[in-house]
Ligand binder design. Structure first.
Ligand code: UAH
Length: 393
């Protein structure tokens, strides 16, 4: 294994990703395909390796948030269809077509302009479009039937645009009250019926994210867009408690103790602001992770890590590159492993509980793990690949 100078890393269990996909395959109708959502560097897990594993395990399409995220996958020789879920500037449509990356059509005007640009420039490639219908998310997409029909007519007429899909996105499918999700579903179906009545043949229809897939598997249509569940996490406690799909978290965040000191002598303050004063004889260890790695400063004097299978509290402020932990009287040695997210012996720290401490959601905790943290990919319990933008000896 390569040596890393600063010992903090993520382990991604690719077998867990495979099993999570299989669990969703067993839960949805056979005809429904799986689009693996690998935006935001695959929710922090590393987009290229996760995309490859997802495709190998049965997903057939990929989704990203930007054209640039899609190009990263194409440059890694990933050939599956890729959809950009977010907004793409009109002057990038030619580039998207050249990289064979499909875009979301967010309004009739955007679609008409994209069509005009590709026609004028006599594009060499067709651009795939998935029309986004806003049924209640209130973020992006077409809001009226008239606008939808106008967009579809532009797509059908165009030589350069290929109508590949039509989709909507749920905003509350992870919550116990199903009313608004059902409203969004019914509105979407109503829009699709309207198109059918106008004689339109529908392309791939998709609406379900992880929560909607677990709660409403019959809404899986032609394809689901699987994000958080792919990584083995439930979108909310409510969805987890349904006990409908068994998932396995794929990610652990680990580090090795960089430095140990017994605070026998004054001063016993720890870290910026001197907000923690160690007890006489207390052992304090320095861990090479900080807020520049995506380990939030808001965990200062609040968070905890695992050492020798026990929870140990953070001492003082999380700094940019280092965080101190309190080991009591345990005589630790530099190089011993700590687990920041994940399991060690009989104890575990979930990203959900870290999110709760931070007053946010676990999506943010994983998606913000920075790119300077190397990703180690495991299969059959063994590390088979290390991915990092940094140089290690
Ligand atoms: C449009 C869109 C998203 O923005 C995200 C997802 C995946 O959501 P989950 O991570 O909750 O499954 C799907 N579609």
């Amino acid at each position: 294994m390569q040596k890393i100078g600063r010992e903090v890393w993520i382990e991604v269990n690719l077998d867990a990703i495979k099993r999570n996909i299989q669990a969703f395959q067993a839960h949805i109708p056979r005809k429904s395909k799986i689009m693996a959502v690998v935006k935001a560097n695959a929710y922090g897990h590393g987009s290229v390796e996760v995309a490859r594993q997802a495709l190998e395990s049965g997903a057939t399409e990929l989704a990203v948030a930007s054209l640039e995220e899609g190009i990263v996958l194409r440059k890694a020789k990933i050939e599956a269809p890729i959809l950009v879920l977010g907004l793409t500037r009109l002057d990038c449509v030619k580039k998207a077509a050249a990289w064979r990356i499909d875009l979301s059509g967010l309004c009739a005007d955007w679609i008409n302009q994209a069509n005009a640009i590709l026609t004028k420039e006599e594009s060499q490639h067709q651009l795939g479009i998935h029309v986004n219908v806003d049924t209640g998310m209130g973020r992006l997409g077409i809001r009226t039937k008239e606008e939808l029909l106008e967009a579809v007519e532009a797509l059908e007429k165009s030589k350069y645009l290929r109508w590949d899909g039509v989709f909507t996105h749920f905003s509350t499918a992870d919550e116990p009250n199903p009313d608004f999700a059902l409203f969004q579903h019914d509105r979407f179906i109503d829009f699709l019926r309207f198109l059918k009545k106008k004689g339109v043949t529908l392309p791939t229809v998709h609406m379900n994210n992880t929560a909607a897939t677990i709660v409403f598997p019959t809404f899986s249509a032609d394809m689901i867009r699987l994000g958080i569940g792919l990584y083995g996490l439930y979108p909310s406690q409510y969805v987890e408690d349904l006990d409908a799909v068994q998932l396995e978290p794929a990610l652990s965040l680990k580090a090795r103790i960089a430095f140990v000191k017994q605070m026998m002598t004054e001063p016993r303050m720890v870290s910026y602001g001197a907000t923690y004063v160690a007890k006489p004889d207390e052992v304090i260890a320095t861990i090479p992770i900080g807020y520049a790695d995506g380990y939030s400063r808001a965990l200062s004097n609040k968070g905890f890590m695992l050492f020798r299978g026990k929870r140990v509290p953070i001492a003082g402020r999380v700094t940019m590159d280092m965080t101190m932990i309190r080991l009591g009287e345990m005589k630790a040695r530099p190089g011993e492993e700590v687990v920041i997210y994940g399991r060690q012996q009989d104890e575990a720290i979930s990203v959900e509980e870290i999110a709760e401490l931070l007053n946010t959601i676990h999506y943010e905790v994983i998606a913000t793990i920075s790119r300077r943290v190397p990703r180690f990919y495991k299969r059959g319990g063994k590390i088979m690949k290390i991915s990092t933008p940094m140089m290690y000896v």
